[in-house]
Design a binder for this molecule. Structure first.
Ligand code: ATP
Ligand code: MG
Length: 409
């Protein structure tokens, strides 16, 4: 039997709705996929009738093609990915490709064919294709029943201008918009469970995420920094993080602990964290800050305390998890692949110099008064300057600190 070229068809919904922006979004997604699939045997990626088609090299083994499909499914902007074959616009070839696709689709009791023509110059109508190819496949798989409603497997047949694409394996993608289509955000990234999920959600809405992690160093070890690096590497696989800034925060915390009122320490730490994050956002030209806070989860996440920390900065602070329960967040972290990393214990600035009774209903004037005793502005620029920068592969990110001519590349 002829061996047909393997392909992954990438479907996107939301982009299709974007009217005149559509082309930019498609190009963004195409570029992101090209970069993220660089370790796979990809020949080229083309835009074909409202889809992107990833063409794999001849002889690509089925496992490799399926793995490429799984990577694609987690890339923001992808609504669905279907792995199958490219063949000629010929019913016999479509049947052969359908047999090959069904043979790899795992055990099934029922199937149907769903044909679609993007070019009506193909003489056979889609209903007739369903009937003819369905009949042929039924002959090839006599134990598999044809079922129109909820079959185990749907064999997709898409006829385009010069070819046909046939697939039986199809998985839902994570949806959203391609990273790079919604600007930049600076995300406060701890090694906990929540903030990686919050960062990922913003990336899924098209934002380029720049992480800022506050380490307890030199008052603690650098263990949390390693966990944050592991988390960033998970996010990197789908192009969801561009860089991280690791800020050694321990000494400033110590100063705050020595001089500030104990019950306000946490708020003072957090206001300083937000100010440093905002300074980094200014340097990176990022429009907003992001945290993994969820209302009422811990002492610092009461409405009063959120108000006191928000007042420290001018940029909007996004909290994509504010209304989410911990169990839901855990489920998302598992899907994303960061849960196990985040479950490891590492001392970071959160565990350092904690008061016995943190204030849960801080009042801004008192906080401001306490803060006025500290050299905050000086600390903000010192901490931002002292941050260690780690870069990750994010196809749509161009560092602002490069010389202008390098920005073209
Ligand atoms: P997480 O699981 O994300 O650490 P949490 O439930 O432990 O969240 P907090 O420790 O109060 O809650 O932190 C709330 C948010 O503040 C975090 O989601 C994160 O955005 C930010 N944050 C906390 N600690 C750090 C840190 N060490 N570095 C950077 N950001 C932090
Ligand atoms: Mg935490």
């Amino acid at each position: 039997m002829t061996e047909y070229q393997r392909i992954c068809l990438v479907h996107y919904h939301e982009i299709g709705l974007k009217g005149h922006n559509r082309k930019t979004f498609e190009q963004r997604l195409l570029k992101n996929l090209e970069a993220l699939l660089s370790s796979f045997p990809v020949v080229t990626i083309h835009r074909i009738s409202g889809r992107l088609c990833v063409f794999l090299k001849e002889g690509t083994p089925s496992e490799v093609a399926l793995e490429a499909g799984s990577v694609i499914a987690m890339v923001p902007g992808v609504a669905r990915v279907s792995c199958g074959f490219k063949c000629g616009r010929d019913i016999d070839q479509m049947t052969e490709a359908g047999i090959a696709a069904m043979s790899e689709a795992g055990p099934m009791a029922s199937f149907k064919v769903q044909a679609r023509r993007s070019h009506t110059d193909f003489p056979v109508g889609s209903q007739d294709m369903n009937r003819i190819i369905g009949g042929n496949l039924s002959d090839a798989f006599p134990d598999v029943a044809v079922k129109m409603k909820d079959p185990d497997v749907t064999v997709g047949v898409e006829v385009v201008q010069n070819a046909a694409y046939v697939y039986a394996r199809s998985e839902a993608g994570i949806g959203g918009l391609p990273v790079g289509s919604s600007g930049r955000v600076v995300s406060l990234l701890s090694s906990g469970i929540d903030s990686p999920v919050a960062s990922w959600k913003m990336a899924r809405r098209g934002a380029i995420v720049i992480g800022v992690h506050f380490s307890g160093r030199p008052q603690t070890s650098d263990a949390s920094e390693w966990l944050v690096d592991d988390i960033a590497r998970v996010l990197e696989k789908t192009g969801c993080i561009a860089r991280t800034y690791i800020v050694p925060f321990g000494d400033c915390q110590r100063e705050i602990a020595l001089s500030g009122p104990p019950e306000l320490r946490v708020i003072l730490y957090r206001r300083l964290m937000f100010k440093v994050a905002e300074e980094i956002a200014r340097r990176e030209k990022a429009g907003a800050l992001v945290t993994g806070e969820s209302l009422g989860q811990v002492a610092s996440q009461t409405l009063d305390n959120i108000r006191c920390t928000d007042a420290a900065v001018d940029r909007p602070i996004f909290r994509p998890l504010i209304g989410t329960d911990k169990l839901e967040i855990i489920r998302e972290a598992e899907r994303l692949g960061t849960f196990e990393i985040s479950s490891q214990d590492a001392p970071d600035c959160c565990t350092l110099f904690m008061p016995r009774n943190p204030e849960t209903h801080a009042k801004l004037p008192r906080v401001m008064e306490a803060e006025a005793q500290l050299p905050i502005d000086q600390w903000v620029s010192q901490l931002a300057d002292a941050a260690e920068v780690h870069d990750y592969a994010c196809p749509s990110y161009r560092p602002r600190d490069r010389k202008p001519h390098a920005e073209q590349g």
